[in-house]
Write a protein that binds this ligand. Structure first.
Ligand code: FES
Ligand SMILES: [Fe+2]
Length: 432
């Protein structure tokens, strides 16, 4: 449970809010690279943390990210001409390069000061792992972008997409960190044996263990850029079935199901407003290419990835009640909703646009949710008091892996991580 004040603090990311300032100390995803495919191509609208921006790829392939309002008289730069290394407002022809500097002011007399001083507000960008990232914090405090492992892969070993969710950003992270919900939300209907779920993202044995143990024991270990959560369940002769999730500041999550050799899943949440966000989702396999068949499967929705239309809006969404099938809910799946990601999207949005955390009743399996809130609130409050976060300055510490493992009973979580990843926090070296 949170006080009303802390719930506001946790969830609001506008430019003048404490969490908004904290988020602006980290690189934020603003678009997929594929949304800006061509040099001098059409600009796109970007809305992030309540700010209305426009992005374009210039003649040299660089990406500009501007305030939508032209500094002359406020015309919308989205309608601008993307030409010869700059975006030109079509009202009176003012033109700006990717840094925001005015490079042509055709209605300003030669020699006027305006030629040196006029700028449009712009944010620096980087492309990393098929995503365009923006730096919206103080220019003098700009670190390198986080080295999330998926982005270190050659393009053939990763799959990147995004999907809309119409609720506050923190609900998405909380849903991911609470892996105990798997024993319910993602299960077959009670009448279906564990080995007969057509939608099951895990094999039958894993499914049975998850289903039979709705109270996993959680352990949480802090690291330089967040924490790793282990959920332990009883398996058969394998001993303990561990599912491990990485959380990285401020809004990166991962999927815990991966066994060695399988494809990993992760995501980064970017608030659009306080009541909607983009989830940038990615799958990666450090050991092999993701072939056409697996790619087709990911495109149809798999793991944390939902099935989306060309506008990146999930096909099963709040507008159509996620196409809930009440007959299927009786006889096939716990929810009657197709797709693991869609089940998550449904339940997170069902908590409200901004969940009211003053009215909750938390239990032992919410340990990671509580840690997440404490970590974010502490970070935002510390920044308010003048203490800068250190995580943005540890881009290499973002190279972490989540995943599953089997261990004998009685083995410490740290040693499980060491066995599974060769590191006591699940950090990895860059893959070849
Ligand atoms: S409003 Fe943009 S050039 Fe005049
Ligand atoms: Fe889930």
């Amino acid at each position: 449970m949170l006080s009303a004040e802390d719930n506001e603090l946790l969830t609001r990311t506008g430019a003048e809010t404490p969490m908004g300032r904290y988020f602006r100390r980290f690189w934020q995803p603003v678009a997929l690279s594929e949304e800006l495919p061509a040099r001098d191509g059409a600009p796109i609208r970007v809305r992030i943390m309540g700010e209305d921006l426009v992005a374009f790829r210039d003649s040299e392939g660089r990406i500009g990210l501007f305030d939508r309002r032209c500094p002359h008289r406020g015309a919308d730069m989205y309608f601008g001409r993307n030409e010869a290394c700059g975006l030109r407002c079509v009202y009176h022809g003012w033109k700006f390069d990717v840094t925001g500097k005015a490079v042509d002011l055709p209605n300003v007399p030669p020699g006027a000061r305006h030629h040196d001083t006029v700028r449009i507000q712009s944010y620096p960008t980087r492309e990393y792992g098929d995503i365009v990232w923006a730096w919206m914090g103080p220019p003098e405090r700009m670190p390198a972008p986080p080295e999330l492992e998926y982005g270190l892969m050659p393009a053939g070993r990763r799959y990147v997409m995004k999907q809309l969710i119409e609720c506050n950003w923190a609900q998405v992270l909380e849903g991911d960190l609470d892996t105990s919900h798997f024993s319910f939300l993602h299960m077959p209907a009670p009448s279906v044996p564990s080995n007969e779920n057509p939608d099951a993202p895990a094999d039958a044995r894993r499914l049975r263990w998850i289903r039979n143990d709705p109270m996993p024991r959680f352990q949480i270990l802090d690291h330089e850029v967040g924490f790793v959560v282990g959920g332990a369940r009883k398996a058969d002769e394998e001993g303990i079935y561990w599912r491990m999730t990485q959380f990285m500041l401020p809004a990166h999550g991962t999927g815990p199901s991966t066994l060695p050799g399988e494809t990993y899943f992760g995501f980064t949440v970017a608030p659009i407003t306080d009541e909607a966000c983009w989830i940038y989702v990615y799958a990666w396999n450090p050991e092999r290419e993701i072939g056409p068949e697996e790619r087709a499967k990911l495109k149809k929705g798999h793991g944390v990835i939902a099935e989306v239309g060309p506008d990146y809006i999930p096909l099963r969404n709040r507008g159509n009640d996620f196409q809930i099938d009440r007959q299927a809910q009786k006889s096939a799946t716990f929810t009657g909703i197709k797709g693991l990601a869609e089940q998550d999207l449904m339940i997170q949005q069902s908590q409200g646009f901004i969940a009211d955390r003053t009215r909750e009743t938390l239990t032992a399996t919410d340990a990671a949710v509580a840690r997440f809130r404490r970590t974010l609130l502490a970070g935002a409050k510390a920044l308010m008091a003048g203490e800068e976060p250190t995580a943005p300055w540890r881009p290499e510490a973002y190279r972490t892996r989540p995943g599953s493992w089997f261990a004998a009973e009685g083995i410490d979580f740290e040693d499980v991580l060491l066995e599974r990843f060769g590191d006591r926090r699940g950090r990895v070296q860059a893959a070849e």
